[in-house]
Design a protein around this ligand. Structure first.
Ligand SMILES: [Fe+2]
Ligand SMILES: [Fe+2]
Length: 178
């Protein structure tokens, strides 16, 4: 086995968190869809797809390292939200939690001198920077445009372009990492 059992357990915990994030974002998208926030609904469904790619990266990594990826059951995600702003705040909180979890994984890799896993995790370290920027940028829009109905409509409509700008930046970084 290329990785320790402690690392295997920690990555499986991460797989579990990423799986919860998929459902959490689908639930957020679903709330937005019902509320008529089409831009935000598309944003969260897309975000769920991204979390799925994160989960699979960890699954493949474990399976290819002679360990076993455990595909978990997940708890029912939160489905009621007070406002569009509250939903993006919940998204930011979740991403901040993931950042801490990724940093913990990096620490384990450092302590174990597991350089392969350390290197593998670097992609997630920079991904989390982008994920937090994405949600912060959107939340900032509520301060810029305001919180009345027209402002919220404009924010909802601007989400596709905010995402594509940040994705373009991400792409450049990913190319540099490869
Ligand atoms: Fe993720
Ligand atoms: Fe994320």
């Amino acid at each position: 086995m290329r990785i320790s059992s402690q690392m295997e357990k920690a990555i499986n915990d991460q797989i579990s968190y990423e799986a919860s994030a998929i459902n959490a974002y689908v639930a957020m998208g679903s709330w937005c869809e019902r509320a008529g926030y089409e831009g935000s609904a598309a944003f969260f469904f897309e975000q769920a797809v991204e979390e799925n790619t994160h989960m699979l990266k960890f699954v493949h990594y474990l399976n290819n390292a002679g360990a076993e990826a455990i595909i978990p059951a997940t708890e029912k995600p939160e489905s009621k939200f007070d406002s569009l702003e509250a939903i993006f705040q919940a998204g930011l909180n979740s991403e901040e939690t993931v950042t801490k979890l990724i940093n913990n994984l990096v620490e384990i890799a450092e302590n174990e001198k597991d350089r392969a896993t350390y290197l593998f995790l670097q992609w997630f370290v920079s991904e989390q920077v982008e994920e937090e920027i994405l949600f912060q940028t959107i939340l900032q829009k509520f301060d810029i445009f305001g919180r009345d109905k027209l402002a919220i409509y404009q924010i909802d409509q601007s989400l596709a372009s905010i995402r594509s700008q940040i994705m373009a930046k991400k792409q450049i970084k990913n190319n540099n990492l490869q």
